[in-house]
Every structure is written in C-alpha cells, then in structure tokens.
Design a protein around this ligand. Sequence first.
Ligand code: NAP
Length: 235
Amino acid sequence: MVTGANKGIGFYTAQQLARRGYVVWVGCRDKDRGEAAAKELAVDGDVRFVSLDVTDAASVAAAAERVGAATDALDVLVNNAGVAIADGEGLPGSVPIDTIERTLAVNLYGALRVTQSFLPLLRQAPAARIVNVSSTMGSISASTDPDRPLGATAAFAYPISKTALNSLTAWLSVELEDTPIKVNSVCPGFNDTDMNGHTGTQHPSQGAEVVVRAATLPPEGPSGTFFDANGTVAW
Ligand code: NAP
C-alpha cells in the first residue's frame, strides 16, 4: 500500500514495487487521479486503486476494509502522502498555527491513522515493512547545525511534521520490536515534484529508490532508523 501514489515519489514507488512483483494498492484521495495512475501503472504489474484520504477516518477505515477483503496480509505500507503548505509557512515566531495544524493533519496524523488501520493486516504478513517518507528537513540535528546544511529555510510547519513523523518511526519500532515488522524513516532527496514547484534536482523515480529499499529490507535490515540514499541521517 502506497499512500499518495497518484504522482511524484509515491507514483514511482508504486511502479518500482509493482515491477518487483508486489500487488500494489495506490491509495489516492482523488478517484480520477488515482484510477488514472493505476491504469498507467498496469503495464508494470498488478496495481489497484483504492480511495484513501489520510485525513478522513472513514475513508481510511474503508480502504483498510477494502484491502482486507482482497488479501489476508499486507507486506508493505509506505506512508508517502504529504503536504507542504507554501502559502502561510514561516518561522516559529510568526507561522500561523493553522498552517501547522493543516500540515500535521496529513504528514503526522494521516500517517498514524493509516498505520493504525492497516496494522492488523501488516501483522498477518511474514515480515512486513513500514516506510515513513520523511525529510532531512525534519532532522533536529541538521536544523540546529551552525553550518546550516539545510540553508536558510523560512519554514517550521513542514520540518516539525517530519520530526514528528520520525518520532512515530522510533516509537512504533519499539512497540513492534518483538515482531518481524520493521519501521523506518527515509529521506528521498530533493526531487522534481509538485510539492516544491518542480525545483528539485532529481527525478522522483530516483527519490523512490530509497523508499523501495526500506520497503524491501532483508530480515537483518534495520528498524527504527532514518536514512537516505547516502546512509544514516541524524535525527
Ligand atoms: P507531490 O508530488 O506533491 O505528491 C504528494 C502526494 O500526496 C499526492 O499524491 C497527493 O495527492 C498526496 N496527498 C496529499 N494529501 C493527501 C491526503 N490527505 N490523502 C491522500 N493523499 C494525499 O509530492 P512528493 O514530492 O512526491 O512528496 C511525496 C512525499 O515525499 C511527501 O511525504 C514529502 O513530504 C516527501 N518528500 C519530498 C521531497 C521532495 O523533494 N519532493 C523531499 C523530501 C521528502 P493529490 O494529488 O490528490 O494532492
């Protein structure tokens, strides 16, 4: 199950998983966009659209029921759906609380809601993987580094949504440590997608590669970690 898979990194994650032989559910909030993506991805494998708005409890419950009616187990959950609200971002001294609430609604509560709803199916898989698509922007270490590796970013809502998502990764990995389920955060790098007005420097299919790596970790792979294409990212 890949959330927000009708475009961008989610679309290419779904494509790469389908090419590896997974039956892929693309969870999308817009029926037309979701069905169009599933149709386009049909050449890559068995790709199925399921209606899913991560901010809507009834929608998420219905999606879990629909998938559960078709399969006994879910091998992979990719919490990819995300927003960055350009209009109204800002530093903590002035950012509107509403911007923070709308960002967390998708990037944190959405991912948590989907995870809770699909956990029973994930537990039925022999070795499920949960991937939270995060960002280096959510790294407290990077944001407090005096060398400013992230540049002068006038944003707070989006970064803290990813910091919180990373915390979900850490807590959930501890909760699930006695199970074969692995939970990790990944940063897909800076990709050319709608989210950043196509300023990203790499194609989203490249960004999807590290997501797929986390989704297909071998039994000896890590859990409760944060990594990108180059290795560990500091929390
Ligand atoms: P994108 O092209 O804007 O795609 C975002 C996807 O999330 C879309 O499919 C969108 O659906 C979906 N979405 C948003 N709200 C949703 C909701 N309430 N329910 C279901 N789906 C929803 O952005 P992207 O760059 O591929 O981003 C994918 C993930 O990567 C995000 O979590 C983002 O934070 C993360 N990321 C991106 C970059 C980058 O450089 N692009 C860097 C680091 C991390 P609609 O089409 O219906 O809006």
